[in-house]
Design a protein around this ligand. Structure first.
Ligand code: PMP
Length: 387
């Protein structure tokens, strides 16, 4: 087998060795149901609570403000359903979100609209950041919830979350952020940003898959999305995914310890790749925000003129390099990325986009290898392009 380089860390990450060690030690011995009253249950519950307190440390909130879910998708859905029930209870109201959210919000918005609920979407600038003045214009006392993601999964653009939160609160609305892509890469603080709700997912920061985290500020309205049990104080039914929750807690501790150093390291690799591509490949557009302060450090989204992103992806894959076109969640569809189109990118360029996303296990040698392999691929594809 030749070289294998994983540059799709925004889709998911490899588990950290520390996480693998912790869960493989716990798995054979901790198998009780964390809700059971006997010693087996208490031991399982101890692991869940250990994770909850690590995660509270990472997100700067209290442990009892954390609810475990199956993923960020479920956490996002829960928050929007809370808003729906508030609107129904009050006999009116609106939700305001953005045009660049993850599909777990975008498609929930479509569903809520079909149910007769008004949802307005804030547009973005070409750099992928939301237009705060448009958010202000959309606000009114009837807005129940404002939801703005922390960092975009495709362009990496970091959103002005603290400002959006302040605007939402000044109109009496609740504020939610989907911080799934930001955890472990930039400092995220429920307290400093005065959040009412936050969603994220352990598998994006080197934890196991299938564990989501929903922060809900103490006193913020809450309605369960999954009914049928008293787990999580009645907030989310279903037997605890004990071992994976425990692993997520271990990952949270690592993310907290390494955030600044990891940010610098990822940005260095990302910038080396960006500069290398611009130097070696003509007719390229780098998408999204290019300012370190406003960019998820490991995300680089590039459009190659006159080539299909899918063809590039397949050729890179044949050379052992894993990347994504737009969002991994859109795999299987050849629709251009709605996130890039929302930023005003030309449809043809959106079709030719590739997302490289770096993580903890990448090195500068990976960048060098991509810069060796990629330019001839683009040249070859352009030579046979019918576009
Ligand atoms: N929000 C964002 C910004 C994401 O990138 C993702 C994962 N692609 C999700 C939500 C959904 O996370 P999960 O698949 O763990 O539910």
């Amino acid at each position: 087998m030749g070289r294998l380089i994983y540059l799709d860390n925004n889709a998911t990450t490899q588990m950290a060795p520390e996480v693998i060690k912790a869960i493989s030690e716990a798995e054979p011995v901790v198998y009780g149901n964390a809700s059971s009253m006997h010693s087996f249950g208490r031991e399982a519950s101890r692991l869940v609570e250990n994770a909850r307190s690590n995660i509270a440390g990472l997100l700067q909130c209290n442990a009892d403000e954390i609810t475990f879910t199956s993923g960020a998708s479920e956490a996002n859905n829960t928050v929007f359903m809370i808003a729906r029930s508030l609107i129904e209870k009050r006999g009116g109201g609106r939700i305001v979100t953005t045009t660049i959210e993850h599909p777990s919000i975008i498609e929930t918005v479509s569903y809520l609209r079909k149910c007769g609920i008004q949802v307005d979407q804030v547009p973005v600038y070409a750099d992928g950041r939301i237009k705060l003045d448009e958010l202000e214009k959309l606000m009114g006392k009837d807005v129940v919830l404002v939801s703005v993601m922390t960092g975009n999964n495709e362009t990496g653009a970091i959103q002005p979350v603290a400002e959006a939160s302040r605007i939402a609160h000044s109109y009496g609305a609740l504020f939610h952020t989907d911080a799934t892509q930001a955890i472990g890469k930039i400092k995220v603080s429920c307290k400093e940003w005065k959040l009412d709700y936050l969603s994220c997912s352990g598998h994006k920061f080197y934890g196991p898959k299938g564990v989501g985290i929903l922060f809900a500020r103490k006193g913020a309205p809450f309605m369960p999305f999954v009914h049928g049990g008293e787990q999580e104080h009645g907030r989310r039914a279903g037997t605890y995914n004990t071992i994976s929750i425990y692993g997520t807690g271990v990952a949270a501790k690592l993310a907290m310890e390494n955030v600044e150093e990891e940010n610098r390291r990822l940005w260095k690799m990302r910038e080396a790749l960006r500069e290398g591509i611009l130097a070696k490949v003509p007719h390229v557009v780098v998408n999204g925000c290019q300012d370190h302060e406003f960019c998820l450090p490991g995300t680089l989204d590039v459009s190659f003129e006159n080539v299909e992103g899918e063809s590039i992806l397949l050729m890179l894959d044949m050379n052992g390099i894993a990347v994504s076109t737009g969002s991994a969640c859109a795999t299987g569809s050849l629709e251009p990325s709605y996130v890039l189109l929302a930023g005003g990118l030309d449809v043809e360029l959106a079709h030719g986009s590739i997302r490289f996303s770096f993580g903890r296990f990448n090195t500068m040698e990976d960048v060098e290898y991509v810069l060796e392999v990629l330019p001839p691929i683009i040249e070859k594809l352009r030579a046979i392009s019918t576009r």
